[in-house]
Design a protein around this ligand. Structure first.
Ligand code: PEP
Ligand code: MG
Length: 604
């Protein structure tokens, strides 16, 4: 007979317990991805290598130089090995990218200056080379010439590798966490999350982060329980500790007692049986009790997720975050590679629509490639991001547009632009789209001639002037993750202001209403694809305001569908009316929570 989860937890706890006395400790953070995980910690080192600084004696100078020489040799060998791998698996051109890295290592000016600094300041060699490296990076970042400016990322990369060899600190790669562990890190970036699929993570716990950080969104899609925003948790934990992650309630229990494991074992069994029951409802149509249809779509980051979306009853893909194709590797995917990925998603959906969002790089999603340089910005979310970046990189944008268009010959495809701020930007994007169509026509390559682009509304200027965007758009999709951060001036990644990130703020409710009205008056549909769309508590408000389609992480589909199927439009409209009239966002949330509890009680 299969063991119950409670028994499994108990067995695990015995396995992990050691002779030391370890008392239970509970930490509270932000519940970022639902679920319960239990296991040994994998403490991930900081993204940046910690550079030690200590004084040395003159008699140690030679030894330090020798350490540097050895590290340079080791680094060169590592880069050459990577270069060889790339050469045989991808090609000569791509392998040549690493020539620049090897050149940095051979730069005598950089090495000599570091040794001079070490001797002058009597400090350890890694500290000297780190400071000189920083100076070079900063100097290169200031250069006007784009090619030379690009070299700053080469220097940064080589420095990280060199410092890793000097200090013995490992560079991180989530794919290397093969054993089932709970990842504990200061932060998890989107490029980390791009390699999450190859790992076998039980759960994620981070000091920083919020519900809408991209790495958390990926964790949610993959059904990995996560608690974030725990402050300085990393400094309080050892890599041999055992933790229990409660992604429902935002709790992390270190060294959980048997009583705690038993309690959570029961909770997990209960949640699993509820989820099973809700999955039964996914086979039925997504209609309110009084017959209004609400399309429930899935957000995906990888084409392979399409199948899971279908199995959980998705009516289509409402958001394919295409940038993840670009973030898993150090070179850009070609038009052909993109086309294959989009086609895979399209065929995987068996005729249901797939909405592919054009590249949304920038913000917290930084490309780790020397093909297209991306720079550190003081306000990355207000910076060189998404459509702004694409309109400046015409070849890259056209490659993607053609790849999407070609995939439209294999099923129903929709396309949408992220971060549109106004009508001029939209018309420039549409001009590029028409140019991509023309290029395909010239070559006689098939695509869906009726394909017209939609617009993401996620910048306040686009929301206020939504009526001016109707003409160039076939639909609106509201990106509430960004819209809320810009509207309320709350950085979506900053755990210190996470409590101010309030989806039920009256300004958010009114803005949503404005966008929906503009769409309706212009005769186009409005959907929501930010994280609020997958929050079953928020669903009656969104539907009551007039949203016709919601798009979310596939794992959230069953619960949202259950809520849709168990409410009337009249109830949803009454909630929306109340929300538009009140000045207090917490009252709106209270009303929504009451409503949600009443529906879930029926299921219990
Ligand atoms: C959003 O901003 O709501 C959105 C869906 O896009 P992303 O989270 O990828 O920025
Ligand atoms: Mg966005």
């Amino acid at each position: 007979m299969a063991r119950s989860f409670v028994q499994a937890l108990h067995a695990n706890s015995l396995r992990f317990m050691d002779a030391k006395d370890r008392s239970e400790q509970i930490f509270t953070g932000i519940a970022a991805s639902p679920g319960i995980a239990h296991g040994q910690v994998y403490l991930l080192s900081e993204r940046e290598i910690k550079v030690p600084k200590y004084a040395i004696l003159e008699t140690q100078f030679e030894k330090e130089e020798e350490r540097l020489d050895n590290a340079i040799v080791e680094t060169r060998q590592q880069i050459q090995t990577i270069q060889e791998e790339i050469r045989s698996s991808i090609g000569e051109d791509e392998a040549r990218i690493f020539d620049a890295h090897l050149l940095v290592l051979e730069d005598t000016a950089l090495i000599d200056e570091s040794i001079r600094d070490m001797r002058r300041d009597f400090c350890n060699v890694e500290n000297a080379i780190w400071r000189v490296g920083q100076r070079y990076v900063e100097a290169f970042e200031q250069i006007d010439d784009e090619y030379l400016r690009e070299r700053s990322s080469d220097i940064r990369d080589v420095m990280r590798r060199l410092l890793s060899n000097l200090t013995g600190q490992q560079l991180r790669h989530l794919g290397e966490i093969v054993k089932s562990r709970v990842l504990v890190a200061n932060d998890v970036t989107p490029s980390d999350s791009a390699s999450m699929g190859q790992s076998n993570l039980l759960g994620i716990v981070t000091d920083a982060g919020s519900k809408t950080s991209h790495a958390v969104i990926v964790a949610r899609s993959m059904g990995i329980p996560a608690v974030v925003g725990l402050g300085d948790f990393c400094s309080k934990i050892h890599s041999d500790s055992v933790v229990l992650v409660d992604g429902y309630d935002g709790k992390v229990v270190v060294n959980p007692s048997e009583a705690t494991l038993f309690k959570y074992g029961k909770l997990k069994d209960k949640k699993l049986s509820l989820e099973k029951r809700m999955i039964e409802f996914t086979k039925e149509a997504s209609c309110t009790r009084d017959g209004s249809r609400i399309d429930l779509m899935a957000n995906i980051e990888r084409a392979e997720e399409a199948e899971r979306a279908v199995s959980l009853g998705a009516d289509g893909i409402g958001l394919f975050r295409s940038e993840y194709l670009f973030m898993n590797g150090n070179r850009l995917p070609s038009e052909e590679e993109q086309f294959e990925a989009y086609r895979l998603a399209v065929t995987g959906m068996n005729g249901l629509p797939v909405t592919i969002r054009t590249l949304d790089l920038g913000g917290d999603k930084i490309l780790d490639s020397s093909d297209v340089p991306m720079y550190r910005e003081s306000n990355p979310f207000l910076g060189y991001r998404a459509i702004r970046f694409c309109l400046d990189h015409e070849k890259l944008f056209l490659d993607q547009l053609r790849a999407i268009l070609r995939a439209s010959a294999f099923g129903k495809v929709r396309i949408m632009y992220p971060m549109i701020s106004g009508a001029l930007e939209l018309s420039r994007a549409n001009e590029m789209f028409e140019l991509a169509k023309e290029q395909l026509r010239e070559k006689g390559i098939a695509f869906d001639e009726d394909l017209r682009a939609g617009t993401m509304i996620e910048i306040p200027s686009a929301a206020v002037a939504a009526d001016t965007l109707v003409e160039g758009s076939s639909f609106f999709s509201v990106g509430t993750n960004d819209l809320i951060q810009y509207l309320l001036a709350v950085d979506r990644l900053n755990d210190r202001v996470a409590h101010l990130y309030e989806p039920t703020h009256p300004a958010v409710v009114r803005t949503l209403k404005m966008i929906i009205d503009a769409g309706r008056n212009g005769g186009i549909g409005v959907s929501v694809c930010g994280e609020v769309a997958g929050d079953p508590v928020m669903v009656p408000l969104l539907v009551g305001l007039g949203v016709e389609s919601l798009s979310m992480s596939p794992s959230l589909l069953p619960n949202v569908k259950y809520v849709v199927q168990n409410m009337d439009m009249a109830e949803a409209r009454a909630i929306a009316k109340m929300a538009l009239e009140t000045t207090d966002g917490s009252l709106i949330l209270e009303r929504l929570l009451d409503f949600y509890t009443s529906r879930m009680d029926q299921l219990y």
